[in-house]
Write a protein that binds this ligand. Structure first.
Ligand code: GDP
Ligand code: MG
Length: 488
């Protein structure tokens, strides 16, 4: 039997001893076991959520800025063609199809005269490879224009009985107490949601320091610091810097935009420096190119000042000679690749395990409240599944590394353990932190070397309890990696 089937039959046994509220929750999770991963994008208004969603799928489907329809929770799911549905709150009628248009650069969902309070959520369907196995959920900002709307978006994420999402990508421009409160509410909920299920994104990272040329490096340092910040450490798996706008523009870059940038790059460097000193200098003041004010304004909207500087710089240095090369450069620079890999490797490919884990946590909660006799076979079932499914052990170890890292484990080894357990993706090379330049032979030798390193940790004279729990899981992971490589 597969893990999903195993968990499903345990859910059925648990429903038999659960109260009505928990039975309902269990049925809901049961239905989701083999569904796509549900990933919600959350954060304050204008954090860049909708732009990031568009960058992830590589096209403009999520309306950005402040249109009415951005105040409603919206699901983006894989489907045959471009369509949208409005799902009213219960008692306010049936779901109905509504007009959905994609003008170049911005999408629009026409909710007509419908009162926002009457809308439960919108659902947009379109064909996308990225959405294979993932449903993306765009949320209105927390603390958005009207309090009732923002509360609704929070309720949807946090509602203890019906948390509808599996994973949250939480965007913040700076680490702010309000963000900490949100994440606390999300991961604090009933022990069922774990920090491994939230990823922090330092968003609009290109804007740091007014778009200075090393903005992304500064953002990376800030992100690493926030991931280790005591207020965040046990609430998110990691924090990564992303400039969603650059990634979105990379995915939709037009030849004429590249040509405008190329003409700027041909000017004397002193003139370029003056023209790119500020947005105003670039749009109003400069004679740097023959582009009209409207064209320059559009470049700023598409790339921001940092993106323009980066693009012009890479043309001057000869690393970019065509629109497609510039698109690749921008995408790599944006940090989106890292988020994509993380979402794929850590979450989407392991969604069956994640969902099983959520279900097992809930099952344990029910068993704790049940009479001893009824609970005993349930507990035994949970224990058996956990003991025989190493992937669940990996999730648990990742969780404990965030919440309660062993004090006697050096930082570099902690990071190594997280990677090995799949924090940066479940793929062998991602786990070993080696790229395609290394042969399978080298990977195998490296896995063996790491294995003996971890074995020697267990032989230390004094080992903390946390470390003693961690080592066997890492060892099994390494043994598996090694034997997979040996039989490949
Ligand atoms: N410079 C820059 N601007 C961004 C970025 N992401 C979003 N924006 C801009 O910020 C504004 C709000 O973005 P939006 O995605 O609608 O934010 P939301 O309210 O969180 O959904 C828009 O004008 C975007 O163009 C980014 O990575 N860099
Ligand atoms: Mg939005």
């Amino acid at each position: 039997v597969t893990l999903t089937e195993d968990v499903r039959s345990l859910i059925a046994d648990t429903i038999a001893i659960a109260d009505e509220r928990h039975a309902e929750m269990l049925r809901e999770l049961e239905g989701r076991l083999d569904e796509p991963l549900r990933l919600a994008i959350a954060g304050r208004v204008k954090a860049g959520k909708s732009t990031l969603l568009n960058a992830l799928v590589g096209e403009a489907v999520a309306p950005t800025d402040a249109a009415e329809c951005t105040k409603v929770v919206t699901w983006y799911v894989n489907g045959l063609t471009y369509r949208a549905w409005l799902h009213p709150v219960s008692g306010a009628g049936e779901a109905r199809q509504v007009p959905f248009s994609r003008e170049p650069g911005n999408a629009h969902i026409d909710i007509g005269e419908t009162d926002l309070d009457k809308i439960e959520h919108l659902r947009v369907e379109f064909p996308s490879q990225y959405l294979d196995g993932i449903d993306l959920i765009d949320t209105p900002g927390t603390a958005s224009i009207s309090e009732s709307v923002s509360e609704r978006s929070l309720d949807f994420l946090l509602e203890p009985d019906h948390s509808e999402v599996d994973i949250v990508v939480y965007l913040m421009r700076h680490l702010h107490d309000r963000d900490v409160d949100f994440l606390e509410a999300f991961v604090g909920e009933a022990d069922r949601i774990r920090p491994t299920m939230a990823v922090g994104v330092l968003s609009r990272a290109d804007e740091i320091g007014g778009g200075r040329s090393d903005a992304m490096e500064i953002a990376r340092q800030a992100a690493e610091a926030s991931a280790d910040d005591p207020r965040l450490r046990d609430r998110v798996q990691t924090v990564i810097p992303v400039a969603g706008l650059l990634a979105f523009t990379a995915a939709t870059l037009r030849e004429e935009e590249f040509q405008q940038l190329r003409r700027i790059a041909l000017r004397p460097i002193e003139e370029i420096d003056v023209a790119l000193a500020s947005v105003d200098a670039f749009i109003e003041g400069s004679t740097i190119s023959d582009a009209t004010v409207a064209e320059r304004r559009s470049l700023v909207e598409r790339l921001g000042l940092h993106g323009i500087r980066f693009s012009v710089g890479s043309i001057i240095h000869g690393t970019t000679t065509s629109a497609s090369e510039l698109a690749r450069g921008l995408e790599a620079h944006s940090g989106l690749d890292e988020l994509r890999l993380l979402v794929r490797g850590l979450y989407a490919e392991r969604r069956a395990v994640l969902k099983a884990d959520l279900a097992l946590n809930l099952i344990e909660e029910v068993a704790r409240a049940a009479p001893r006799d009824a609970a005993r076979p349930i507990d035994a079932g949970v224990e058996r599944i956990r003991a025989t499914t190493h992937e669940l052990g990996e999730l648990d170890a990742l969780y404990r590394l965030r919440v309660d890292p062993p004090a006697d484990l050096a930082v570099d080894l902690r990071r190594q353990a997280e990677r090995l357990l799949g924090a940066a993706g479940a793929d062998t090379r991602a786990r070993l932190d080696l790229d395609l330049n290394h042969s399978d032979e080298e990977l195998r030798a490296y896995a063996l070397e790491l294995l003996s390193g971890w074995r020697s940790i267990a032989d230390r004279p004094l080992v903390s309890r946390e470390l003693r729990m961690l080592v066997p899981t890492v060892e099994i992971t390494l043994e598996r990696l090694y034997s997979e490589l040996a039989t490949a």
